[in-house]
Design a protein around this ligand. Structure first.
Ligand code: F6P
Length: 537
């Protein structure tokens, strides 16, 4: 599927309107803000500050139709094999399907086992939070440490921080991901092993970093609790598709929660991988989180493309990346609780759509995923926003904000919101040389104080960052990524690009750690680096 005619129509159109400034677009159409905004599942999207016209949108929608987007959405929800290189269904939407819905994989309805797992997660969570669950020495659990990396870390870590105002008292939830032993050391600093529970999350249960950290945790815990391996049963739980490896590690199968190969790691935060989220906020709030994801799923599945938030977000992203040539996307949440949202999104967007061959294995004809980056406002305004306003690169931005904050300090929350709004306004409209001169600025400084503007952004607003809203936000971006992958004709659900580094790391590991100091057969640079580290160790 190349949709070549639709891509060419977009290119012709882009050449025709490239010079049109957002100032002009707003002046020409007083209804522009209403025309290019829509709302669903508690999220309001204003995309009127994108450099698009009604014709642009129509052409982008033509592209979506030419790529058979409607059929793709139906196929996803029906459990068809969309991850073609791994021959897998792509069914993260089943994780939040209501009880009673039927979704089949290989002829088997998967919804009952999802709900059975949710029920086990609830029981486990309540045992821990009420203190019914005792550690090996009989003490109650006060600290939970999630051990995992990538999709088995970023989603839960982001969500636990995002939902901190909803946290159950008495349980502190931490995360360890990096194979760097300092990560583990910092996470357990000051903790008592007798009150600490580890959840080892790994879809494959073969990931080097996670297994190394799990072994370190076992040694730390068992060592401190008298050396009995029976302590593992009281201080470890696991989430994986590979339940036999979990048992081999010594974790009681009763405390092992399943995952399925039709859930991609980066799409798994609402599976049992999210057990740490449920432990942090409790089952009822977790249910609301699932409700937000589900509400966005229903919107994505049913809304016409013209009013479909994930589709619109994907289309304006395609316009910016492929037609305007922006190679990146800044995600700027104006909320400290969402500080890790850009990091979660980095894996979601860049691991999913950082591909250069089509599903058929031929080179792609268009740029694929942009580089996603960002951090919360207002901090970024005093660091990198200078480049977004006046640099030479085009940096499309997604601003995310919430009408109500969680603090009682309303005055500062309003300051936060004022900054969010002002940034998107400044980026879009800038300040002309004449406006600068009118302020009496010396002529030599006019170019320095001029803001070109015409820099595109989306603004996403919701009432409050609560579990439902976070769920809707996560599903919004999950579906956006899937739509973009379809339009770029790539498999968004595999990640072969991470394999080579893993294989080479194992080879170098042997070379660095072997007493024999094996002969090196890399290139000159790699050999030199290995030798230097061997000498310095
Ligand atoms: O190496 C990349 C990756 O496979 C991610 O896709 C995944 O989220 C992460 O590693 C962790 O994998 P696992 O959950 O199997 O430990």
């Amino acid at each position: 599927m190349s949709a070549e005619a639709e891509w060419q129509a977009l290119e012709r159109h882009c050449n025709a309107i490239r010079g049109t400034h957002l100032r002009q677009l707003f002046a020409d159409d007083p209804a522009r803000a209403e025309r290019f905004s829509c709302e669903a599942a508690g999220l309001f999207l204003d995309y009127s500050k994108q450099r698009i016209t009604q014709e642009t949108l129509a052409l982008l929608l033509d592209l979506a139709r030419a790529c058979d987007l409607r059929r793709f959405i139906d196929a996803m929800f029906a459990g068809e094999i969309l991850n073609t290189t791994e021959r897998r269904a792509v069914l993260h939407v089943a994780l939040r399907a209501p009880e009673g819905e039927v979704i089949r994989v290989d002829g088997r309805d998967v919804v009952p086992e999802i709900h059975a797992t949710l029920e086990r997660m609830r029981t486990f969570t309540l045992q821990v939070s009420t203190g019914a669950w005792k550690g090996y020495t009989g003490r109650r659990i006060r600290h939970v440490i999630n051990i995992g990396i990538g999709g088995s870390d970023l989603g839960p870590r982001m969500a636990v921080r995002a939902l901190l105002p909803y946290a159950e008292p008495g349980l502190d939830v931490r995360f360890v991901a990096n194979v760097d032993p300092s990560d583990f050391a910092m996470a357990v600093q000051g903790l008592d092993p007798a009150e600490t529970l580890f959840i080892v999350c790994s879809k494959t249960f073969t990931t080097q970093e996670t297994l190394a950290n799990a072994r370190a945790a076992r040694a730390w815990c068992v060592g401190a609790l008298g050396g009995s391996s029976a302590a593992v049963a009281r201080h470890f739980a696991a989430v994986s598709t590979n339940l036999s490896a979990v048992a081999e590690f010594g974790i009681d199968p009763q405390h092992a929660f399943p995952l399925w190969d039709w859930v991609g790691g980066r799409f798994s935060l609402d599976s049992a991988i999210g057990l740490s989220i449920m432990l942090a906020i409790g089952p009822p709030q977790f249910e609301l989180f699932l409700g937000g994801l589900r509400a966005m799923d229903e919107h994505f599945r049913g809304a016409p493309f013209e009013e479909n938030l994930p589709v619109l977000l994907a289309l304006v992203g395609i316009w910016n990346a492929n037609l305007l040539g922006a190679g990146n996307l800044a995600v700027l949440p104006y909320d400290e609780h969402l500080a890790l949202f850009p990091a979660w999104l980095q894996q979601l967007e860049m691991e999913s759509n950082g591909k250069s061959v089509t599903r058929a294995g031929t080179p792609v004809r268009h740029q694929t995923a942009p580089i996603v980056w960002g951090q919360p406002g207002t901090n970024g305004q005093h660091a990198f926003h200078q480049l977004i306003h006046q640099g030479t690169r085009l940096v499309p931005c997604d601003f995310i904000g919430f009408a109500k904050g969680h603090s009682r300090n309303h005055e500062q929350h309003v300051m936060l919101l004022a900054n969010l709004i002002a940034q998107s306004e400044a980026l879009a409209f800038g300040k002309t040389p004449d406006e600068v001169r009118a302020e009496g600025v010396a002529e030599a400084l006019v170019p320095h104080k001029t803001f070109e503007g015409n820099r595109p952004s989306n603004t996403l607003l919701a009432e409050r960052l609560d579990p439902f809203t976070l769920g809707a936000l996560c599903a919004l971006y999950e579906h956006k990524v899937a739509v973009q992958g379809l339009l770029w004709d790539i498999d968004s659900f595999d990640q072969w690009g991470v394999e080579l580094g893993k294989v080479l790391a194992n080879r170098v590991l042997k070379e660095l750690s072997s007493e024999e100091e094996p002969k090196l057969a890399h290139d000159g640079s790699t050999n030199g680096l290995v030798l230097r580290l061997r000498e310095k160790r």
